[in-house]
Design a protein around this ligand. Structure first.
Ligand SMILES: *[C@@H]1O[C@H](CO)[C@@H](O)[C@H](O)[C@H]1NC(C)=O
Ligand SMILES: *[C@@H]1O[C@H](CO)[C@@H](O)[C@H](O)[C@H]1NC(C)=O
Ligand SMILES: *[C@@H]1O[C@H](CO)[C@@H](O)[C@H](O)[C@H]1NC(C)=O
Ligand SMILES: *[C@@H]1O[C@H](CO)[C@@H](O)[C@H](O)[C@H]1NC(C)=O
Ligand SMILES: *[C@@H]1O[C@H](CO)[C@@H](O)[C@H](O)[C@H]1NC(C)=O
Length: 542
């Protein structure tokens, strides 16, 4: 007895030494990947060859990465440099942690894009000579940007894109554009864009607050479009507004430049007669904050709405940190990661302070009041013009941040940030090795048709609890300005999990029944066991 008591303080001392490590592990881990990728990671898209396409803008001045083979961009209309021999785009290879310079020929600043059905990235718009351009990037070795000319009917700067069930993408809004168009176009669509009066109605004088609107494909095939502080359900095929949702509680703006973020929460019970869909909007800035430029405290609220519910209302939750310019990413197990951003101010040049260094995980199925889990802090501010994308191994690649009109590396509080980091959420910690599944089948780049049954085999280095196995599939989003376009996680319906020996299991899952649920394209398929996801496997939905 006496001995135990005597040893108690030393046990507590030992615990206090190990606890920070353990809590660090349970709350994620940061890793510096590159000291400099030479450009600002302002836009990012993961392609199905596990390369991330990254770009900033051609009117920033000289980047820190020289174009190979003596190539230069000569552009007499360019405002910054008529001749620029530096890169403004790179391809980052996740597996080898290497990158190479890419060559964009016109300005891609504040643009948008989408990976389309065949896995190609189709990027649209930008600024100046790039504002009506469509560009293509194929997921192949040593490929580069391919420009397709002025293929847009109007300029698209700060627009939002979404992939569609018919394999096309829609391009919505943008600065002074209260309309939308498609790519590719039908014969009749080359002259004029389609009007979207909702973007006139949500345009605030002096701030706009409706740029980069939050767009999601609802399960009924219509688009949920959120701009400023409210949303509609929109039939883009005939231009009719089917529903107007209630204004978000508090009424403060959530879209650029009062930039919050939003996700479509994981779609579940896909074989139910009425699949439900919910949207979560987090952070933003108080009304007037952009015009006042006084670094107002950002919003600390998240609002959630079941968009398929005829009497939908918002329910509000409070985040552990205020956040403007946060990125929201749906993780393979259905958790939502809120990462990057600032405590004070709004988007725009020199308009934010006090970076939020800690990500937060939101558990959609947690009890109200205990849904948020604060994560470990990074040391690198990621504010205006920063990005985050999930990669196949479950990490989140984080890059960018530049609140300045040019590249500025010294004598400022928030220098232009060229470093690339990875955030590893808790599920990657060795603590969970015994739970983590490894997918044996299907093999990489297998095809899947809507409604088809797919046999999945996976292994777990421990005991499997069959009731706690799910399969999910995720569309890889295009991320810029705190919004991840096309982000969509589907929880697949599954049959019984059959064990094959101690550690190998088999389960038959059902592909989403319709392209309204899962538009054609490449998705990452994950096995999730007791909340711990496997590495993803690329599958192609036809
Ligand atoms: C980028 O280049 C500038 C000038 O060449 C240099 O001062 C700066 O340190 C570089 N920054 C990084 C992060 O490599
Ligand atoms: C992929 O689709 C795009 C858009 O429809 C098209 O322009 C491109 O040629 C296709 N690429 C391949 C390799 O088939
Ligand atoms: C658009 O289509 C929807 C659904 O098919 C229909 O209910 C609506 O009346 C149509 N609106 C217009 C303006 O054509
Ligand atoms: C650094 O910034 C301050 C304040 O803007 C300015 O007065 C000073 O000249 C700058 N110094 C250098 C070396 O650029
Ligand atoms: C399964 O696990 C049991 C108990 O740990 C062990 O005795 C048996 O050999 C294992 N079987 C296989 C096929 O690994």
């Amino acid at each position: 007895m006496k001995t135990t008591l005597l040893h108690l303080p030393s046990i507590i001392f030992l615990l206090s030494l190990t606890l920070p490590f353990l809590s660090g592990a349970a709350n994620g881990r940061w890793q510096l990947l590159q000291k400099s990728i030479g450009i600002v990671a302002m836009h990012m898209q993961l392609l199905n060859n596990d390369r991330v396409i990254i770009f900033d803008r051609t009117d920033f001045g000289l980047s820190n990465l020289t174009l190979p083979n003596g190539r230069c961009r000569h552009d007499p209309t360019e405002k910054a440099l008529k001749t620029d021999c530096t890169a403004h785009s790179v391809e980052y290879d996740v597996a080898s942690n290497t990158f190479r310079a890419l060559f964009v020929q016109t300005d891609v600043w504040c643009s948008s894009g989408s990976a389309v059905a065949n896995g190609t990235l189709i990027q649209t718009g930008g600024f100046s000579d790039g504002e009506r351009k469509v560009r293509m990037f194929l997921p192949c070795n040593n490929c580069d940007w391919h420009e397709m000319g002025n293929a847009l009917v109007t300029r698209r700067w700060y627009s939002t894109n979404h992939f569609l069930p018919d394999g096309r993408q829609i391009i919505i809004g943008g600065r002074r554009q209260y309309n939308y168009e498609f790519h590719p176009k039908k014969q009749s669509e080359y002259k004029n864009p389609y009007l979207l009066p909702f973007l006139v109605q949500t345009n605030d004088k002096g701030a706009e607050n409706n740029l980069y609107p939050f767009v999601f494909l609802n399960v009924d095939g219509n688009l949920f479009i959120f701009a400023n502080n409210r949303a509609i359900l929109f039939n883009y095929r005939n231009g009719s507004v089917l529903r107007t949702y209630p204004e978000i509680p508090g009424g403060d703006p959530r879209c650029y430049p009062s930039t919050g973020s939003a996700v479509l929460l994981p779609l579940r019970n896909l074989e139910a007669p009425c699949v439900e869909a919910e949207v979560l909007v987090c952070g933003g800035a108080p009304r007037g904050a952009f015009q006042r430029r006084l670094f107002s405290p950002a919003l600390d609220s998240c609002a959630r709405i079941k968009i398929t519910d005829p009497k939908a209302t918002w329910t509000v939750d409070t985040m552990p940190r205020r956040r403007v310019m946060g990125d929201m990413l749906v993780l393979p197990n259905g958790d939502v990661l809120i990462i990057n951003g600032a405590h004070l101010g709004t988007a725009g040049w020199e308009n934010a302070k006090k970076p939020v260094l800690e990500p937060v995980i939101y558990k959609p199925n947690g009890l109200v009041g205990s849904r948020f889990v604060l994560q470990c802090a990074t040391r690198i501010p990621r504010m205006y013009h920063s990005t985050a994308v999930l990669v196949r191994d479950g990490r989140v690649i984080v890059g960018g941040s530049n609140p300045h009109v040019k590249y500025v590396f010294s004598n400022v509080t928030y220098p232009t940030e060229l470093r690339l980091e990875a955030f590893s959420p808790y599920y990657l910690d060795p603590l969970y090795s015994h739970l983590r599944p490894v997918i044996v089948s299907p093999s990489s780049h297998a095809s899947m048709r809507h409604g088809e049954k797919l046999r999945m085999v996976f292994e777990v280095n421990g005991r499997v609890v069959p009731e706690l196995v799910t399969a999910t599939m995720l569309a890889p989003p295009f991320n810029t300005h705190s919004f991840s376009m096309n982000q969509r996680l589907l929880v697949l319906s599954r049959g019984k999990v059959r064990s094959r020996g101690n550690s190998s299991c088999e389960v038959v899952v059902t592909a989403p029944s319709s392209p309204l649920l899962a538009p054609p394209g490449f998705y990452l398929l994950f096995a999730v066991h007791q909340d711990i996801p496997s590495e993803g496997v690329w599958i192609r939905m036809h």
